[in-house]
Design a binder for this molecule. Structure first.
Ligand SMILES: NC(=O)c1ccc[n+]([C@@H]2O[C@H](COP(=O)([O-])OP(=O)(O)OC[C@H]3O[C@@H](n4cnc5c(N)ncnc54)[C@H](O)[C@@H]3O)[C@@H](O)[C@H]2O)c1
Length: 268
């Protein structure tokens, strides 16, 4: 689903920190690309052994960008990130949290056997990290700034998603608490609850394809698991001043799947 470049841009002059780009398929890559086309300046983050992959993707953006080091679980990386942003830009107007990880034994139908340590790891990397990132960028954010995270609807239990689903429920709550604590500084915090998209993280979940097939069947607007553009556009909307009255919110970009209980064809 394309979205042209003509017309006014909505992120002119915004300085955005975008985490979570690992390949050109990453949702964050599409958000970074869209944001640049909307007039934003962008910095990416990556860490450890996947850094080279991020750098390769970064070079393919409309304007190639720098990649800063960030393992979101390392306090020293978060401190260094604040300092790097201060030196490069002096401030930051938006941050995208596109980070999730769960050990294999806490996913794919292993809910009942996963050890606490794996559930805790999923929670720390996928939910607590939104607070960690927020705390690192908030001191540099002027009024009107915006933090955006990526959610998978956690109001229900899914097949295969297991402790990652529990971590997403925590993420939804962290989003509300961040909105509460950063709102008085004029900083907004929202989530985009996306339908399934065929990224590295998603394909790693056994059973992803069955869920994707169900989505295509049930979503009133239909759903293309190969098209992250609608999610990227909504992320940019939430970074923009058009969303200045929105915080603590979860916007579903899922073709309307969440609004219906069964595929319309079920009665046929
Ligand atoms: N793909 C989907 O179907 C889907 C649907 C809804 C929500 N999401 C969410 O979107 C976000 C981005 O995922 P994606 O699907 O683009 O996959 P992806 O694999 O491209 O991105 C996941 C990112 O998390 C990063 N990451 C993992 N551990 C990290 C750590 N300790 N520190 C810093 N970064 C770390 C990885 O490097 C990677 O860049 C995730 O929060 C995911 O849960 C994805």
């Amino acid at each position: 689903m394309g979205f042209g470049n003509a017309g006014p841009v909505i992120l002119q002059g915004k300085r955005l920190l975008i985490t979570g780009v690992i390949t050109k398929d990453s949702i964050a890559f599409h958000a970074a690309e869209r944001a640049q086309r909307e007039g934003a300046s962008v910095l990416l983050t990556s860490f450890g052994r996947v850094r080279r992959m991020t750098e390769r993707a970064a070079a393919r953006l409309p304007q190639p960008v720098e990649v800063l080091e960030l393992d979101v679980n390392r306090p020293e990386d978060l401190e260094a990130l604040t300092e790097s942003l201060r030196q490069r830009w002096g401030g930051v107007d938006g941050a995208l949290h596109a980070i999730a990880f769960s050990p294999e034994d806490a996913l794919g139908g292993r809910f009942m056997t996963a050890p606490a340590s794996s559930a805790v790891q999923a929670f720390q990397t996928s939910a607590f990290s939104l607070k960690a990132l927020g705390a690192a960028v908030a001191p540099l954010m002027p009024e009107g700034s915006s933090i955006v995270g990526l959610d998978f609807d956690a109001t229900v239990a899914w097949p295969i998603y297991d402790w990652m689903g529990v971590a997403k429920a925590a993420l939804e709550s962290v989003n509300r608490y961040l909105a509460r604590d950063l709102g008085p500084s004029g900083i907004r915090c929202n989530l985009v609850s996306a339908g399934p998209l065929g990224t590295v993280a998603a394909r790693g979940i056994p059973g992803f394809e069955q869920l994707a097939a169900l989505w295509r069947q049930q979503a009133p607007l239909g759903w293309d698991t190969a098209d992250p553009a609608p999610v990227a556009s909504t992320i940019c909307f939430l970074f923009s001043d058009y969303a200045r009255g929105i915080t603590g919110e979860i916007l579903h970009v899922d073709g309307g799947f969440h609004a219906v209980g069964a595929p319309s064809t079920a009665a046929d």
